[in-house]
Design a protein around this ligand. Structure first.
Ligand SMILES: Nc1ncnc2c1ncn2[C@@H]1O[C@H](COP(=O)(O)OP(=O)(O)OP(=O)(O)O)[C@@H](O)[C@H]1O
Length: 346
């Protein structure tokens, strides 16, 4: 049975629906990340599940039970919200013990639990430290320990690593993933950072304007975005209309190979940057000028301005072979890196 189920959930602010018929389920022990641009309804979704925002239509169920009328503090959830700051006047232990406040425990039991949680989040012995003396990453760990303290059936995280710098975020995301695996936690997390969502989640939910537009495993969503919106949101730039027939796909970049089995007609194509191959310009039917390059570890992402006014293309190429800005290159497309999206371009 699903631990959490949303069925046709609608939340309105005035005439506008912040959640517009959301259907979603989270299984026990599953880590689900909700991803979407600002204003797509991610926080509203968490707040509706938590009982902090009233639901206008539809049902939220936890362990099969309709939560209508169940107050937030009785839902058995652990919350770690963006705006949930730590209490600066309490020390670390005081902050974490706050998460235990609704449970009756002896002082000794509580101290034992706090110590256990600090071990868990990698801050052993930090009980008496002042919150102000902690680094951003350490504060985040304390906030996580506080959310985990009452042993919630569902842990809900809103931009859990939002305030931290990239390096620390990448490290903490791996730690979180391991921690959730070890604890068998059921997690519903919200982020606008795709890297974070893909690293953390068993399943990714993409939202747009209060609706769920795609649900799937990280690899599946990455390999096959549901539509042009999801593809662009994931950072893919090479998305264009194409006319597909038996000979291939006619696009603004010329004729491209269409994946086998593509139905003819007006379609939207995504060409992954790795599918844009550089060749000597004299051999190519499409030439372009390199207008920007970004280093990405072992490869370089190039922005190409095709001749003849076709839309810019993004190409990834090995570091040692990367041409410089201003150089002219030829472009060839790899059939395996072309994906047909089900939608039309908006
Ligand atoms: N209390 C409120 N009153 C009126 N409108 C609201 C309220 N809270 C949210 N909204 C609106 O509902 C929509 C969804 O907001 P929400 O905060 O859920 O989006 P989000 O995806 O979490 O965005 P962000 O990534 O910026 O936090 C937005 O258009 C927002 O302006």
């Amino acid at each position: 049975m699903s631990l959490l189920e949303l069925d046709g959930v609608r939340v309105r602010y005035g005439a506008r629906a912040a959640l517009d018929g959301v259907r979603l389920s989270v299984a026990e022990g599953e880590v689900v990340c909700v991803l979407g641009p600002s204003g797509s309804g991610k926080s509203t979704l968490l707040r509706a599940v938590a009982g902090l925002t009233p639901v206008d239509e539809g049902v939220v169920r936890l362990s099969g039970r309709d939560q209508r009328g169940v107050p937030a503090h009785r839902r058995g959830l652990g919350l770690m919200f963006q705006d949930h700051q730590l209490f600066p006047q309490r020390d670390v232990a005081g902050n974490i013990a706050f998460g235990l406040r609704t449970r009756r425990r002896s002082r000794r039991e509580a101290a034992g639990r706090v110590a256990e949680l600090l071990d868990l989040v990698g801050l052993p012995g930090a009980e008496r430290r002042a919150v102000a003396s902690l680094s951003g990453g350490e504060q985040q760990r304390v906030a996580l320990a506080r959310a985990l303290a009452p042993d919630p059936r569902l842990l809900m995280l809103d931009e859990p690593l939002g305030q931290l710098d990239r390096d620390l975020r990448e490290r903490l995301v791996v730690e979180l993933r391991q921690l959730f695996g070890r604890l068998g936690s059921t997690v519903l997390a919200v982020t606008h950072d795709q890297g974070e969502a893909f690293a953390l989640a068993d399943r990714v939910v993409v939202m747009r304007d209060g609706r769920v537009v795609q649900v799937g495993g990280p690899v599946e969503v990455w390999r096959r975005p549901a539509d042009a919106f999801v593809a662009r949101f994931l950072g893919f730039r090479n998305v264009a209309r194409a006319r597909v027939d038996a000979k291939g796909a006619r696009t603004p970049w010329g004729a491209l190979p269409a994946p086998a089995g593509t139905a003819p007609g007006e379609r939207t194509l995504l060409v992954r940057p790795s599918g844009v191959r550089l060749t000597p310009p004299e051999d190519a039917s499409l030439t372009a000028e390199v207008t920007a390059r970004t280093f990405r570890g072992d490869h370089v992402l190039l922005l190409l301005e095709p001749a003849g006014g076709a839309p810019p293309l993004e190409a990834s190429c090995p570091l040692r072979a990367a041409p410089g800005v201003g150089e002219r290159v030829g472009v060839r497309f790899e059939a395996e890196e072309i994906v047909v999206l089900p939608d039309q371009l908006p």
